[in-house]
Structure formats: structure tokens, C-alpha cells
Design a protein around this ligand. Structure first.
Ligand code: FAD
Length: 548
């Protein structure tokens, strides 16, 4: 197969223009093009009014070797890489059938834990998945209770429960992680098998929306169980049981659950996400290697989607091939801080995303249609250990908690969030009312002064950035745009280092993985890391080398 990249065609091109461009680029007769599939389709909207579609296409042609030889060295033409997934093990049942077999245990049923569990099940290793929250449908009821009635269930919410943090989300599925083995492709294929739209396989910025994510998570569960894996919900891992090898190395021997039950385990994937603060505290108390890492904090901003569409797409706003416009903005502020847009949700809503009582946290989600009135995104500022939160690996959690608490108090102490008009924020005065942009956050917002809920350097950097973003994207700094705070759970505040064999550097058998352990930031990268770690577990169980 031959891959052609950078095929650029106008937004309104007729279907035959793509084939015409392929045969022209390959310099072959049309009859010699036997088949073609679009591997990726994106768009280039840098020139408003002249937006181009950009294709990557895989082609089957007559006498492929000769065509490739003739075009050797030509930019954007080459053999298509093998993006199929190749299992490192298929005969796990041979281990699993042995007497005394101890199944690998996965803690957490978020994207990382689910893909780790799925891969282990597909390899025949019959994993056990432990999830502190509830099955996804019950979890949905609890999550809505916070949004509609201000009732938080600390073990079942936007962060905790089947599907993990990404379930009530926009379901954006792109990532910038290096993926030389094309694990991302495997994830996308598994998602399609579970019910995601086929287009996620070729759109450059695919998304699923929250509604489908719920049933996809159920499909993945059904497959894992059909392959001999099993789940336990409402099952919080509260402690790890450690043993010491003859050479002095500590290793996992088991897990203690919240109800006191102990489960023997030699291979434990730790895919607990960034909000498992109690779990991190427990691991730290055991001396598990851990270091503070940078993350970002800030607020969510909301504009009418129509303002963003017009700013990005100009006269081509509303074209169904483009959908609701997104944006990605970065500003380096004069106080040395990087300010950037985070987890942008076109046509979506801002959601209450706390997992702890007495705190307010924002995030964003949308349906597949992205048809809600407002666009929202985090506008966040980088913070770093020691300079901003000195005191060791858990200091970032204390920092997050402090600002989440301030937001809770500023919102009125009943899970409403503090909010401010951009005009007021820029002028440094509290908002007493909101304007034309109606905030979507539920259970509601309290107009106030957000500077009480954020460090001064964050406020300063954001003020400067909003003005700069307004110059880049017309209307971005409109006075009635709404800021809702605070956005603190942008990524994990710590990292649990692991070796090339995927295991924790000072506890064998513990495989830190996904966002919580500092190896991912988003659904796709967390799922990719789940595959990586599942392979490490399988190879280690088989006594084969793990090449990292
Ligand atoms: P998580 O998804 O956090 O899963 C961890 C799981 O572990 C949880 O289910 C938790 O209950 C469980 N757990 C924790 N501790 C224990 C314990 N002690 N015992 C048992 N179980 C435990 N990313 C994107 O790429 N695109 C988006 O559009 C997007 N939108 C988002 C919208 C929202 C509202 C939120 C909150 C996040 C969004 N994200 C998005 C981020 C994305 O969800 C995360 O990056 C991703 O879910 C991380 O996956 P994970 O498996 O590492 O951890």
C-alpha cells in the first residue's frame, strides 16, 4: 500500500477531485488505482474564507513496487506503515489454567485501566478490575445529582466510577504522545468495536461525545467478561500489601480493600487517575517512589459558539464538514508563566467535576452533536513544584485543595461555582451580575471576583493572555464572556516513576500507569498507556524481556 500525505483540496471540492489528485500525484492511469481509503482528514483554517481539507490517503495500485521506486524521494509519498496491532502474547490461557494462578489486577476502570484490562483479557490472562465507583449507569445518576441537586457522592461522580474521568466529557480522541507502535490505532479500533462512530478512524480531531461513551464503556466490560476477566465495583483499594525479596527489593503481594478483604496479587496495574488523592497518600506512606510534577490551574471560559465559529471560519462558519469550531491558544506572559487553552469543548457545557466535599472544580463536556449554545475551554496557567507548592510529592494536592476550597466558598458554599464576566475580570472589579453569555455550569454560578480563588500570578498572567487571545481570535476577550472557576485537575500533580519494564522503581509488581501516575494526559494517551502496561505485565508474567 502507498501512503500519500498533504493532499490539499478546497472545502467544497467534488468527490472525484480526490481521485484526480491521487492519480496526478502518483502519475498513473486512473485504472491503475485499484483502491484507496482516507487514513486521515483534517482541515487547515489558517486562511479564513479559503479553508482547505487536508487528506492522508492509502492507495492500492497496480505494480506498486515500480510506482514506489519511480517516486522514491518525492515528498509526501511512501509505503504505508503497518499500523495493525500485533499482540506480544496470545497464549495467556496457558498461564491462567495453571493451578494457583494469580490473575493480574487492574485498579481503576478509566481509559487506562479499561484498555489494560481489555488487552490482558485478549491475551488470555483473565484480569480482575477493581473500581471504587459504580457501574456507569448508576454513576450517571450520582453525577447528575451534583449537577441538578447539589448532592455530591464522593465515591461516584465525574472523576470516580466505571469509565473514569473521561466518561462525562467531550470525548476528544487526539493526543500528541509519541506512538511509534501505533497503539492509538488499536485504541480507536477497539472504540469503534464498542460503538464509537467509524469516522474516529480518519478524522484528524475525532470526538465521541458523552452519550456514546457511556454505552462504549459497557461494551468493553462485556468483552472483558466474555474473555474471562472480571470486575468488582464499589471496591476501593485502600492499602497495598508488600513483601521483601531475598535481595531486599520490595514487591507487591496483595491489596487490601476498603471492607478489609485482602486479595493476593503479584502484578498490579495502578490506573487510578489524577483524583485518587487518598490512594497517593497511602502509597507515599509506604515509601513508593513519587515526585511532584508541574500541572496547570485556571478557569473555564465560555463564549457563544457563534462567536468562535465566525472568528475561526469566517464565511465558511456552519459548514458541516467543519462542525463547531475549536481553538488552541497559548500566551507566554511577562511574569514568565505560560497560559494556554485546555480541553476545549465546542458546543458544550461546563461541568462540576469535584470528587471531594466542600470543593469546586470545573471541567467541560459535550454531546456528539456539539450543538449547545456555548463554546468552553479551560484557560490555565502552568504551576511548578517547589516554586509554587514546596513540600514534597503530595504538596501539589494540598495546593489544588486550597484553591478548590476557595472556589467553593466564593461560590456560596453549596457547589455553585464562582463566576465573573471577562470585562470585570480584566478591569479588576467583582461581577455583580452576568451579561449576554449565560453560563452553563450546574448547579449554578455566583457572580463574584475570581481573583480570590486563584494565586495572584495566575490572575496577572490570565489578564494579559485574555487580551492577547482577543487579538488572535476576534471576540475572545468580549466583555460578556464568562469565566467560571476553578480548573485545577488539568493533570496529575505527581508522578510515580517506573522503569523500562513498566514497574515502579522501588516496588516490583506495581505498574503505575495512565494520567494519575503521570504517564498520560487525556483519554487517548491514557488508553495507549494502558496497552503499554498490559504488554509489560504479560511479558513479565511470561518471563520475557520488556523492551520499554
Ligand atoms: P481516570 O479516567 O481518572 O480513571 C481512574 C479510575 O480509577 C477512576 O474510575 C477511579 O474511580 C478509579 N480509582 C481511583 N482510585 C481507586 C482506588 N483506590 N481503588 C479502586 N479504584 C480507584 N480527555 C480527553 O482526551 N478528551 C476529552 O474530551 C476530555 N474531557 C474531559 C472532561 C472531563 C469532565 C474530565 C473530568 C476529564 C476529561 N478528559 C478528557 C481527561 C480524561 O478524562 C483523562 O485524561 C482520562 O480519563 C485519564 O484516564 P485514566 O484511566 O488514567 O484515569
Amino acid at each position: 500500500m502507498i501512503r500519500l500525505t498533504e493532499i490539499r483540496l478546497p472545502l467544497d471540492h467534488p468527490p472525484e477531485a480526490l481521485v484526480a489528485d491521487i492519480v496526478r500525484r502518483l502519475d498513473i492511469a486512473q485504472d491503475d488505482l485499484l483502491a484507496h481509503t482516507v487514513f486521515r482528514r483534517g482541515y487547515d483554517a489558517r486562511r479564513r474564507g479559503a479553508i482547505m481539507l487536508v487528506y492522508t490517503v492509502d492507495c492500492t495500485v497496480r505494480d506498486e513496487d515500480a510506482v514506489l521506486a519511480r517516486l522514491a524521494g518525492t515528498p509526501h509519498v511512501g509505503p504505508a506503515p503497518d499500523t495493525d496491532y500485533h499482540f506480544v502474547m496470545r497464549d495467556g490461557a496457558a498461564f491462567a489454567d495453571r493451578p494457583g494462578y494469580r490473575r493480574p489486577v487492574v485498579i481503576g476502570a478509566g481509559p487506562c485501566g479499561l484498555l489494560a484490562g481489555l488487552l490482558l483479557a485478549q491475551m488470555g490472562l483473565r484480569p480482575l478490575i477493581l473500581e471504587r465507583g459504580k457501574v456507569v449507569r448508576e454513576r450517571t445518576v450520582d453525577t447528575f445529582a451534583l449537577w441538578r441537586k447539589s448532592v455530591l457522592t464522593p465515591e461516584s461522580n465525574v472523576q470516580f466510577g466505571e469509565g473514569g474521568a473521561g466518561t462525562f466529557s467531550d470525548g476528544k480522541l487526539y493526543s500528541q504522545v509519541s506512538d511509534p507502535r501505533h497503539y492509538g490505532r488499536k485504541v480507536l479500533h477497539e472504540f469503534v468495536k464498542a460503538g464509537a462512530p467509524e469516522e474516529i478512524l480518519y478524522l484528524s480531531k475525532p470526538h465521541i461525545g458523552t452519550f456514546r461513551l457511556v454505552s462504549m464503556v459497557e461494551h468493553i466490560r462485556a468483552e472483558i467478561e466474555a474473555l474471562g476477566g472480571s470486575y468488582r465495583f464499589d471496591t476501593r483499594v485502600e492499602d497495598i500489601v508488600l513483601a521483601t525479596d531475598a535481595d531486599g527489593m520490595r514487591r507487591v503481594a496483595g491489596l487490601r480493600l476498603a471492607d478489609g478483604e485482602e486479595i493476593a496479587a503479584d502484578h498490579v496495574v495502578l490506573a487510578v487517575g489524577h483524583s485518587a488523592r487518598d490512594t497517593f497518600t497511602m502509597l507515599h506512606a509506604h515509601g513508593v517512589a513519587m515526585e511532584a510534577k508541574p500541572f496547570s490551574i485556571g478557569v473555564r471560559i465560555e463564549h457563544p459558539q457563534s462567536v468562535i465559529d465566525a472568528a475561526r471560519f469566517g464565511p465558511q462558519a456552519g459548514n458541516p464538514l467543519l462542525g463547531a469550531a475549536d481553538y488552541r491558544l497559548v500566551h507566554h506572559a511577562t511574569n514568565g508563566r505560560a497560559v494556554y487553552s485546555f480541553c476545549m469543548c465546542p458546543g458544550g457545557t461546563v461541568v462540576a467535576a469535584t470528587s471531594e466535599e466542600g470543593r469546586v472544580v470545573t471541567n467541560g463536556m459535550s454531546q456528539y452533536s456539539r450543538a449547545e449554545r456555548n463554546a468552553n475551554a479551560g484557560i490555565v496557567v502552568g504551576v511548578t513544584p517547589e516554586a509554587d507548592y514546596p513540600g514534597g510529592p503530595l504538596a501539589g494536592i494540598a495546593f489544588q485543595r486550597h484553591w478548590e476550597r476557595q472556589a467553593f466558598l466564593a461560590g456560596g458554599g453549596d457547589y455553585r461555582a464562582p463566576a465573573q464576566r471577562v470585562g470585570d475580570f480584566l478591569a479588576g472589579r467583582p461581577s455583580t451580575h452576568l451579561g449576554a453569555v449565560e453560563p452553563s455550569y450546574r448547579p449554578g454560578v455566583t457572580p463574584t471576583d475570581l481573583s480570590a480563588c486563584l494565586p495572584d500570578f495566575v490572575v496577572l498572567a490570565m489578564r494579559e493572555a485574555l487580551a492577547a487571545f482577543g487579538r488572535e481570535l476576534n471576540g475572545f476577550d468580549m466583555a460578556d464572556a464568562v469565566l467560571t472557576g476553578v480548573e485545577t485537575r488539568t493533570s496529575s500533580p505527581l508522578r510515580i516513576p517506573r522503569g523500562p519494564d513498566g514497574q515502579c522503581t522501588n516496588v516490583a509488581g506495581l505498574y503505575p500507569a495512565g494520567e494519575g501516575a503521570g504517564y498520560a494526559g487525556g483519554i487517548l494517551s491514557a488508553a495507549i498507556d494502558g496497552i503499554r502496561v498490559a504488554e509489560a505485565v504479560a511479558l513479565t508474567m511470561a518471563g520475557r524481556p520488556v523492551d520499554g
